[in-house]
Ligand binder design. Structure first.
Ligand SMILES: N[C@@H](CCC(=O)N[C@@H](CS)C(=O)NCC(=O)O)C(=O)O
Length: 212
């Protein structure tokens, strides 16, 4: 039984939960973080010195960093083709997984901040517009990679789709003018039809909205 410490509204928790769902693993998820608190206690900090979510326990093993947890779950419980054994096939997918974390996520962040997270008084149209302009070329890169799809690896759904797909729920539901990306649009439609995606990644972010 895997224990996930982290609220369902966290996109990083969602990466872990979606992977657990795809792999059909037994789990319990405990609400930690944001309005639930409990992440700055000595007990929690002993597991995760960052005081952030998610933290994951699998037997005696305690892990944090959602990308590392995704890879651990895939390597330990996944099989071909979800987690390719051949480094030469896995690395190009890992490249996209890393890109999603380090390029797509940060590009979406200012839009999240200025549409949802910040109180109205601190929101800025200028910052929002800069965020919208900034994510367009990034979305086009993913669109080009996806080509006709269906998945990042081509025919097979892999761990990389979890890294790249989790934030697309937010990307497609935030009200802003998105770039034209027909391949990415079709990819998101395919993701939505996966039960584990619908359950764990399509989670309302309204509880995170700052009070006005
Ligand atoms: N790089 C870390 C980032 C973890 C992180 O920033 N978590 C956020 C939620 S997405 C958090 O804990 N925020 C504070 C909170 O929820 O109390 C990961 O991928 O796991």
């Amino acid at each position: 039984m895997i224990t996930v410490y982290g609220r369902a509204t966290s996109s990083n928790v969602q990466i872990v939960m979606w992977a657990i769902g795809e792999l059909g693993l037994e789990y319990e998820r405990l609400d930690y973080g944001h309005s639930y608190g409990k992440t700055k206690t000595p007990e929690y900090l002993a597991m995760n010195p960052n005081g952030l979510v998610p933290t994951v326990r699998d037997g005696d093993l305690v892990l944090w960093e959602s990308g590392a947890v995704l890879r651990y779950l895939a390597a330990r419980y996944g099989a071909e083709p979800f987690w390719p054994a051949d480094p030469a096939r896995r690395a190009p997918l890992d490249m996209w997984a890393e890109w999603a974390k380090t390029t797509f996520g940060p590009a979406l962040f200012p839009i999240f901040q200025h549409l949802v997270r910040l109180p109205k008084a601190q929101r800025s149209e200028v910052a929002l517009e800069a965020g919208v302009a900034g994510i367009a070329p990034v979305a086009r890169i993913l669109d080009a990679r996806l080509g006709a799809g269906p998945w990042l690896a081509g025919e097979d759904f892999t761990f990389a789709d979890i890294a790249a797909g989790t934030l697309l729920y937010r990307y497609y539901t935030f009200p802003f003018q998105r770039a034209e990306t027909p391949n990415l649009d079709a990819y998101y439609e395919r993701l939505k039809s996966r039960p584990a995606y619908a359950q764990h990644a399509m989670v309302s972010y309204e509880p995170l909205r700052a009070p006005d």
